[in-house]
Write a protein that binds this ligand. Structure first.
Ligand code: MEV
Length: 317
């Protein structure tokens, strides 16, 4: 029998959906990038007492954790069962710099880091497809009907082009430019917005599917713009995507205001990212200086945090 270590760690990071959120749930393509500025670390330690969890959100016994952490409890039980290990006497510490519920993939990133930490702790090999199966399971509990994109990009080192049901493709962001991600400070509602879009599809299928298909087309055009290093075109496509997401009723006043602010201060394009109705928005600029200006203006208009990300840097991943 293996001797278990005192401690093991697992890592992951946040994500940004550049194009295709919501439409990706309906089989349309999406482009997403790993967001290394927001890392997550999970540490597993052996303890004598029952499982406990330590995070900024909750500290205490795992069996008394709020329902919103059910995905993690079930994940731990499932993995321990699959590995023939007892699921007791674990201390799980989550250190995350991803703001929760902001469309940056917090739940998928925590699940990814947790799965990696558990497999390291039990000294078991973990291949990419098993990792994804576990994170998909966790995301289904957290979000109801996820497309799977968050699970894939929070464990990926490179940007991806993803379409549900197909193998995801690593995708080089062959484009100069800076992406500003900006946090509204308002908790997004991915589970709710995904459900509301589903209700809209049921209520008015033709009209809603036209919007969803258009979003898919914009993603394909964005892929082409990236491949040809056409940042102005990419910016325009992002802004058009925001308008369609508004028509899907997943934006809100603050997101619209931040998009307007970015555009009126020189951004090439701007849109919400992730589930919407809160959470984050992104804007594209040509230079770092322009990105800094837009970032300052977004903070003046109510954003609580911004990150500037050099898109070309993804090519080094
Ligand atoms: C959430 O980050 C992205 C959505 O498209 C939902 C999903 O793909 O599961 C809104």
């Amino acid at each position: 029998m293996k001797t278990l270590p005192e401690q093991a760690k697992g890592f992951a990071h946040g994500k940004i959906i550049l194009m295709g959120e919501h439409a990706v749930v309906y089989g349309e393509p999406a482009i997403a990038l790993p967001f290394r500025a927001t890392p997550v670390e999970v540490t597993i330690e052996k303890i004598a007492t029952p499982n406990r969890i330590i995070s900024s959100y909750y500290q205490g016994l795992l069996c008394e954790a709020p329902r919103s952490l059910n995905n993690l409890s079930i994940l731990i039980k499932t993995i321990c069962n699959d590995l023939n290990q007892s699921s007791d006497h674990l201390s799980i510490t989550i250190t995350s710099s991803i703001p929760a519920e902001r469309g940056m993939g917090s739940s998928a990133a925590v699940a990814t880091a947790l799965v990696r930490a558990l497999f390291t702790y039990y000294d078991e090999q973990l291949d990419a497809s098993h990792l994804l199966n576990y994170v998909d399971l966790s995301e289904k509990i957290a979000h109801g009907n996820p497309s799977g994109i968050d699970a894939r990009v929070t464990s990926s080192d490179v940007p991806i082009f993803y379409q549900k049901g197909s193998v995801f493709e690593p995708f080089t962001l062959n484009i100069a430019g800076y992406l500003i991600a900006s946090d509204t400070g308002v908790q997004g509602q991915t589970r709710q917005t995904v459900k509301d879009v589903a209700d809209q599809v049921k209520r008015s299928p033709d009209q809603t599917m036209v919007i969803i298909k258009r979003l898919g087309r914009l993603t394909l055009q964005a892929k082409e713009a990236i491949e040809k290093n056409q940042e102005v075109t990419l910016g325009k496509l992002m802004t058009q995507a925001h308008e369609l997401l508004r028509q899907l009723n997943v934006s809100n006043d603050l997101l619209d205001q931040l998009v307007e602010t970015a555009l009126s201060h020189g951004a090439l394009g701007a849109k919400l990212t992730g589930g919407g109705r809160g959470g984050c928005m992104i804007a594209l600029t040509r230079t770092k200086k322009e990105a800094e200006l837009v970032s300052n203006k977004l903070m003046e208009q109510g954003a609580v945090n911004t990150w500037i990300h050099a898109l070309g840097a993804d090519n080094e991943g």
